[in-house]
Design a protein around this ligand. Structure first.
Ligand SMILES: Cc1cc2nc3c(=O)[nH]c(=O)nc-3n(C[C@H](O)[C@H](O)[C@H](O)COP(=O)(O)OP(=O)(O)OC[C@H]3O[C@@H](n4cnc5c(N)ncnc54)[C@H](O)[C@@H]3O)c2cc1C
Length: 393
């Protein structure tokens, strides 16, 4: 007979000092599960999807995320399953190479930027997190003096000391517990398809931003992720390969054209609307948010996954130090420690979106001219503050 989710939870949490339910085995939830497990704490992780059903896309990981993998003892596997990023190339609105930014100094100061497939990163984090309950969600939460009473989608019920909403940017935990006025959305009006092409130059990331459309190329082991962006209302309902063919006609000869022409037509394209959220409240009673559920990320600065891992690490740290009578204090410390860092990184992503996602030719021209004088330090200044741990108000 199939075991009910509540029975699996009681089994996983038998003898636990703290009964922690983690909702979502994405980047933040799986990292938190792995770190709690490493510290000898128990976390029960549930995931709506199944073990291999994740839509795939490429992720650039900053040292902010790489350091968490080091702490989990996953360095060797991470190195084997990712590629170093050494150079960022920026093309102008006409498709001409405008700037080449080497990453050497940032790498020397903080550590490596690396490209990895989301599925590969999830697989390593989920293995480290231990058993995960797939195809499971929460259908109801009632807070009481003895804990948060959770009903799962199979109807079974269990009580937890803490419920962690790690269920991503469209978090249903946030929606069910927090008022929509407590959540601010930043919508760029753009969206994009992820496709795959053959691996060419493994250490170079390239982006081209034209008025109303753009294309980016991001290497991972064995292939490159290709991001094809455009205005959400013009492209979201389109056939991705028709859109790719249209973009091909606008591209001059070179890397983008070559890779797009050789794209993989067998794997389904993944569509993403370029909007993020920022929740003004992270903790309510015994429930808290982590990762994109608390502050979602546009992919522009390539920092969302790293920020999610960094926050999960701060949370695991505060929880494992806290006495069971002082969990609200631990949650308060977690939010104080992370909110500023996360919102600064999010601000960097939003600012880059303002440069990248422009619709008028006049603005694109002005942007291209200004970009001639920009340094990489200036483009990622907020991220440097996050990585060096300095405050910026
Ligand atoms: C196209 C694209 C490119 C990106 N590129 C980068 C990049 O280069 N670098 C970078 O750092 N970031 C990038 N990001 C952002 C990054 O993916 C996110 O910031 C990161 O995944 C956030 O992690 P998370 O765990 O909070 O959410 P997610 O990784 O989205 O995980 C949420 C999990 O919760 C599960 N879930 C949802 N609802 C429920 C529920 N009700 N019950 C149970 N489970 C549930 C979901 O199935 C999922 O597994 C990119 C995002 C996109 C879309």
């Amino acid at each position: 007979m199939t075991q009910l989710t509540a029975e699996a939870a009681r089994e996983a949490l038998a003898g636990a000092r703290l009964r922690v339910l983690i909702i979502g085995a994405g980047i933040a939830g799986a990292t938190l599960g792995a770190l709690l497990r490493q510290r000898g704490e128990a976390g029960f992780v549930i995931e709506r999807g199944d073990a291999h059903g994740e839509a795939g896309y490429m992720l650039g990981l900053l040292p902010l995320g790489g350091r968490v993998l080091n702490g989990l003892g996953l360095t060797d596997r991470y190195m084997a399953e990712s590629l170093p990023m050494r150079t960022y190339e920026l093309y102008d609105r006409r498709g001409r190479l405008a700037r080449t930014f080497p990453l050497d100094r940032l790498v020397k100061d903080f550590g490596e930027w690396r490209g990895i497939e989301r599925g590969a990163l999830l697989a390593m984090l989920r293995t480290a997190a231990g058993p995960i309950r797939y195809r499971a969600t929460m259908s109801q939460i009632v807070e009481a003096a003895d804990g948060a009473h959770i009903q799962f989608n199979d109807g079974s019920e269990a009580i937890f000391d803490l419920v962690v909403g790690a269920d991503g940017v469209h978090s249903s935990i946030r929606e069910s517990l927090f008022d929509s006025r407590e959540v601010e959305e930043f919508d760029t009006g753009w969206g994009g398809f992820v496709m795959w092409g053959p691996l060419d130059d493994p250490e170079v990331y390239s982006e081209l931003w034209a008025p109303g459309w753009g294309v980016g190329v991001y290497p991972v082991p064995g292939r490159v992720g290709i991001f094809l962006a455009g205005r959400d209302k013009s492209i979201s309902a389109r056939d991705p390969h028709d859109y790719a063919d249209e973009i091909l006609t606008r591209l001059p000869d070179g890397r983008f054209r070559r890779l797009l022409a050789q794209r993989d037509r067998t794997e389904p394209a993944f569509y993403w609307r370029m909007a993020d959220i920022r929740s003004k409240v992270w903790v309510r009673g015994r429930t808290l948010l982590v990762g994109d559920a608390a502050a979602g990320f546009l992919p522009t600065a390539g920092v969302g996954a790293s920020a999610a891992m960094d926050s999960a690490a701060a949370l695991a740290d505060e929880l494992s130090r806290a006495g069971t009578d002082h969990i609200p204090y631990a949650l308060d410390l977690y939010e104080r420690r992370q909110r500023h860092r996360v919102e600064l990184a999010q601000k960097n992503s939003r600012n880059l979106a303002r440069y990248m996602f422009v619709n008028s030719s006049a603005v694109a021209l002005a942007r291209d001219q200004a970009m001639r004088f920009y340094t990489l330090d200036r483009l990622v200044s907020d991220l440097s503050h996050v990585m060096s741990g300095t405050r910026k108000d």
